[in-house]
Design a protein. Structure first.
Length: 305
């Protein structure tokens, strides 16, 4: 709480200094992820020297040594001395969350934070000052601020990056979110704007008797099918825009959206998930960001993107 913080910081501003320098910690992790440090250490059978890591990842030796030491400083890597050489290895946390490929990998989220969110936040002063309340896409990337999804989907590479972010968002708490409600009574569950289908897959696992549909823009559905499909997928994708599509599902969703009263089945502490019931069909919408600690949620809510 702010009043407690300001009191406890009077003798020495520990917390304030931690806040000021928070960006350095983020950048250390972002840089190591982008350079592939965690992937290399995960696949190495033994701890590696900075010289070895630098050679494998084509970086400067001095820069890599400093980066590895910073990662040791924040307890993400471990170091041991052998014959006067520092040898670095990953912690279990780095292997699980920061390297690519593990079932709980947050790698794609970090890449998006590093390459898109961080540059946008660099223009926070302008974003707050802006009387039009525009996002900073134009200033940061030279993209029109109005068309958020067009900007994010400007190339297949960018679309994949965004979809990777969305996909890894559900790694941690997708199961908790979909089981915060008992949706087992519904024959069909539609995830509107369901992107890669990550949350829909959690629903399909939790509710094996329901059919689960992801409704998203055609190019997103195509990319999801190409890059994010899983063996034995139990989810269906439908491509279209629920605002304009003439598909029966889109029309039903529009009818439901026109009903002023939303039947909120349950509000779970820390989650918001609204469900609409209609002739045996349910549309659900979640805001998983409310799961973040209040202060963090406020940060996520800043209009930078
Ligand atoms: C912020 S993302 C959320 C993705 C997903 N629900 C999740 O939480 O991981 C918003 C999603 O809405 C989709 N979307 C945006 N406009 C849409 C439209 N007009 N029709 C269908 N989907 C749309 C985007 O392609 C994207 O997948």
């Amino acid at each position: 709480m702010a009043e407690h913080l300001s009191q406890s910081e009077l003798d020495y501003p520990f917390k304030l200094l931690e806040y000021f320098n928070g960006f350095r910690v983020s950048k250390v992790i972002f840089s190591a992820c982008e350079l592939g440090v965690f992937d290399l250490l995960l696949t190495s059978a033994e701890p590696l020297s900075a010289v070895h890591v630098a050679r494998e990842l084509s970086t400067s030796q001095d820069g890599m040594e400093r980066l590895l030491d910073a990662l040791v400083g924040i307890e993400i890597l471990e170091v041991e001395q052998r014959d006067g050489t520092a040898l670095y290895s990953s912690t279990d946390v780095a292997n699980l969350y920061l390297a690519k490929g593990s079932a709980k990998s947050l790698h794609d989220m970090i890449i998006y934070q590093s390459q898109t969110i961080y540059p946008l936040w660099n223009n926070m002063v302008d974003a707050v000052r802006s009387v039009e309340g525009k996002n900073q896409n134009e200033k940061t990337f030279g993209l029109p601020a109005e068309e958020v999804f067009q900007a994010m989907y400007r190339s297949e590479e960018e679309m994949l990056k965004f979809m990777g972010l969305m996909n890894s968002s559900w790694v941690l708490d997708g199961h908790d979110i979909v089981t915060a409600f008992n949706l087992s009574g519904f024959r069909t569950i539609v995830d509107l704007g369901g992107c890669t289908g990550a949350l829909a897959r959690e629903m399909a696992k939790a509710y094996p008797s329901s059919s689960v549909v992801v409704f998203d823009l055609p190019q997103v559905v195509e990319t999801a099918r190409k890059h994010f499909a899983q063996e034995n997928d139990r989810i269906d994708f439908q491509a279209g825009d629920p605002n304009t599509s003439t598909q029966p599902l889109a029309e039903r969703l529009r009818q439901r959206a026109a009903v002023p009263h939303r039947e909120v089945l349950r509000r779970h502490p820390g989650h918001q998930m609204s469900c609409w019931r209609s002739g045996g069909q349910t549309a659900t919408r979640t805001n998983h960001q409310e799961r973040f600690h209040f202060g963090h949620y406020k940060c996520h809510n800043l209009p930078m993107i």
